[in-house]
Structures are given as structure tokens and as C-alpha cells.
Design a protein around this ligand. Structure first.
Ligand code: GDP
Length: 213
């Protein structure tokens, strides 16, 4: 458990890359199909019941929602995707925002992808993994709502998803999670520690390269 994540507080919502907070420090973004359990996961791991509710308020659902928990350390709640009845122009707007954010944001160091353990690897999820591979962003996957399956069935899904993703070259880890039962929280914290640490290391290496050249 790392209590630093409990300190997360809402920073701002941004409808475009141009309106995001200053691009410095490190951030980990949470992605997931609508209803996958992303907000509940953010609330559970920050131990704050209402935190991700902000991202669900009218007008903010298609925005990047930033939460800060230390000097220049942030979580970003990415807009959910997958409502069947979303109009085409909203889908296109979502696609453009995600693509530019994932490719251009310097402080973005990793993605946490939240999936319902009963419906893993939807088209949206594949798209997300492909984008991360393209941008060489490490990824941690939460197979949430694991309380809906027996332990054995959950483990089987985990192994199946792991096999399906074995062709990718980015650092990839995954785990079972339940916001309802509050299981897997220590494991997410450890994964976040590792993602932020990798991001910090990479930033230092890039500074080293810049000063060397
Ligand atoms: P989001 O749209 O991805 O942010 O999803 P939410 O966090 O709002 O969750 C969608 C629905 O799934 C809500 O009804 C939650 O109560 C439920 N839910 C979320 N996480 C869990 C979980 O771990 N177990 C169970 N059984 N239900 C969950």
C-alpha cells in the first residue's frame, strides 16, 4: 500500500490537449470502456468515494480529467468509450483527443486499462493496446468486477488475456481486481509505484541524452 495515492485531489478537466495542465512531471492515465468499472477502481485505489464522480458530471464525460497527488504527479481519467448510441461526431472527437494525448503528452508515462473481467479485450481495448504499443507506453491491466467470477474462472481469463497480449513489446502487466470487495488494491499500488518509477527513470535518461548531445 502506498498512501501517496490517497492524497489525489481534482486538478482540472481539459477538453483538448491545449488546455491540459503544464506538461511536466509524470502522469498515469486510466482508460476503459464505459461501464467497465474505471471510476470505481479510481475511487477504490485512492480511498475516496467521490473522486472520479467529477469525471462523470455532465459536460466532463468527454474530457481529460486530471487529479494531482504530489508535486507534479497525476492521474488522468480518460473519457470512457463504447456507448452504442454515441453520435459519429462525438466518436471522432474522442478518437482525435485520445490519439493526440497518447502521442504528444510528454509527462504521460503509462496507461492503466480497466476491463470488466467478464468481457475482456473488446475492440476498444485492442485499439488502446495498439496505441500504447505505437507510443511505447507501458501498460497495466485491471480485470475488474472479479467478484462476479469464481477465483478459478478469473484466473483462467487472466491467463488467456496474458497469452493474447504476448506479441506486444511494451512492458505489460495484469491483475484481477474488485472495487466491490476491495481486492487487488495493494497490487495496483505496487504496479503504479513501478510505472511511476519507470517513467522517472526514462525522463532522467532523456535529460542525460539531451545534455550529452
Ligand atoms: P465506468 O463507467 O467505467 O467508470 O464504471 P463505474 O465505475 O461507474 O461502474 C459501472 C458499474 O459497475 C456500476 O454499477 C458499479 O457499481 C459496477 N462496478 C464497478 N466495479 C465493480 C466491481 O468491482 N464489482 C461489481 N460487482 N460491480 C462493480
Amino acid at each position: 500500500m502506498n498512501p501517496i495515492y490517497h492524497r489525489a485531489a481534482f486538478l482540472k478537466s481539459a477538453p483538448s490537449l491545449e488546455t491540459t495542465p503544464t506538461d511536466q512531471g509524470l502522469e498515469v492515465a486510466f482508460a476503459g470502456r464505459s461501464n467497465a468499472g474505471k471510476s470505481s477502481a479510481i475511487n477504490s485505489l485512492t480511498r475516496q468515494n467521490q473522486l472520479a464522480k467529477i469525471s462523470k458530471t455532465p459536460g466532463r464525460t468527454q474530457m481529460l480529467n486530471f487529479f494531482e497527488f504530489g508535486t507534479d504527479l497525476r492521474f488522468v481519467d480518460l473519457p470512457g468509450y463504447g456507448y452504442a448510441k454515441v453520435p459519429e461526431d462525438v466518436k471522432l472527437q474522442w478518437y482525435r483527443l485520445m490519439e493526440s494525448y497518447l502521442n504528444k503528452r510528454q509527462s504521460l508515462c503509462a496507461i492503466v486499462l480497466v476491463m470488466d473481467v467478464r468481457h475482456p479485450m473488446t475492440d476498444f481495448d485492442w485499439q488502446m493496446v495498439e496505441w500504447c504499443e505505437h507510443a511505447q507506453l507501458p501498460m497495466h491491466i485491471l480485470l475488474t468486477k472479479s467478484d462476479k467470477l469464481t477465483y478459478g474462472a478469473g484466473k483462467n481469463t487472466l491467463l488467456k488475456v496474458q497469452r493474447e497480449l504476448s506479441k506486444f513489446t511494451i512492458p505489460l502487466s495484469l491483475q484481477l481486481f474488485s472495487s466491490l470487495k476491495k481486492t487487488g488494491i495493494d497490487e495496483v499500488h505496487a504496479a503504479l509505484d513501478s510505472l511511476f518509477s519507470m517513467g522517472g527513470q526514462q525522463a532522467e535518461d532523456e535529460v542525460g541524452e539531451d545534455t550529452a548531445s
